[in-house]
Design a protein around this ligand. Structure first.
Ligand code: NAP
Length: 262
């Protein structure tokens, strides 16, 4: 069976990778893209893929099974609502939704019995890094996180670092790390702290998305490390999710909840 796909955000860094991924997948059929500006994207022209300025036009003109959205939360929320109303499934990589928006999406997906996967991180390696960190924390309660991103990233620490700390919190006893009388000679030297777990954020040109979770025990350290070298690293997770979303009828938040990790 071939899956008819529309992509929102085709000029973006993620969207342009998603176009290549969809065109290269034998069972996927790219039927249209949604771009708020009239655009001339050569790969779409070469493959006769229409570009629509409004999501309704796209859904009206093409038979879409799955919308892949890689834009900004404000636009994505409207795209998702339009899609769910028409029982079109969604795979969403866009970040920055509010809790209220997520609750509303969950409610409409349930009402319409329509599957949607929203994942702030589609890199399967990053999901495994968090999962392995949770396992390690059972045996190594002392842990610090270093996350490194490109210098265009606005938020710090990264959502993945915060999520990693939250997952570790579910498995280890709460504890304050380091010397009890520790003094920061320069403010911020020990990073941000989540339940005693220190998180250090680096922002440099040349980086994409990287994280190390460093565990310390008596006479040993354990480092669990993941690097996204480019945006291709997110495409396997998106591809996997397109196939998975066809089998569900509700909202799933987080790629870890569709992967078989046990
Ligand atoms: P990007 O290069 O800035 O691309 C964003 C795209 O969205 C652009 O084509 C932009 O068009 C479009 N857009 C912006 N505002 C819009 C609006 N109001 N209506 C319609 N389209 C709009 O960003 P990116 O790096 O591709 O990232 C896209 C999204 O994916 C972001 O939310 C990012 O945080 C997220 N992301 C997720 C993952 C993951 O694994 N889930 C990984 C990386 C990034 P204009 O040029 O017209 O503004």
């Amino acid at each position: 069976m071939s899956v008819n796909i529309a992509i929102a955000g085709p000029r973006g860094r993620m969207g342009s990778e998603a176009i290549k991924m969809v065109l290269n997948e034998a069972t996927f059929n790219l039927v249209g893209c949604i771009d708020r500006k009239p655009s001339h994207i050569s790969i779409l022209v070469e493959n006769n893929i229409p570009v629509f300025q409004h999501v309704e036009e796209c859904f009206y003109s093409s038979d879409v099974d799955v919308l892949i959205d890689l834009t900004v939360a404000e636009a994505s929320y409207d795209h998702i609502m339009m899609a769910l109303q028409r029982n079109i499934r969604c795979v969403v990589g866009t970040t920055g939704f509010t809790n209220n928006q997520l609750q509303e999406i969950k409610k409409i997906a349930k009402q319409k019995n329509t599957g949607i996967i929203i994942a702030p991180n589609f890199a399967i390696g990053a999901i495994l890094m968090m999962h392995f960190s949770k396992i390690a924390a059972k045996y190594f309660p002392d842990v610090e996180i270093i996350e490194k991103h490109h210098d265009e990233k606005i938020d710090a620490p990264s959502g993945t670092a915060v999520k990693t700390a939250e997952m570790i919190k579910t498995i280890r006893e709460s504890k304050q790390q380091g010397h009890p009388d520790e003094i920061e000679v320069l403010e911020g030297a020990r990073g941000a702290v989540e339940d005693g777990i220190h998180i250090h954020s680096l922002r440099l040109p040349g980086l994409v998305a990287h994280q190390e979770v460093i565990f310390g025990g008596e006479g040993q350290t354990l480092i669990i490390k993941h690097d996204s070298m480019n945006r291709k690293s997110f495409m396997e997770g998106i591809k996997y999710s397109v196939n998975q979303v066809l089998t569900i009828d509700h909202l799933v938040y987080g790629l870890e909840n569709v992967l078989d990790l046990d």
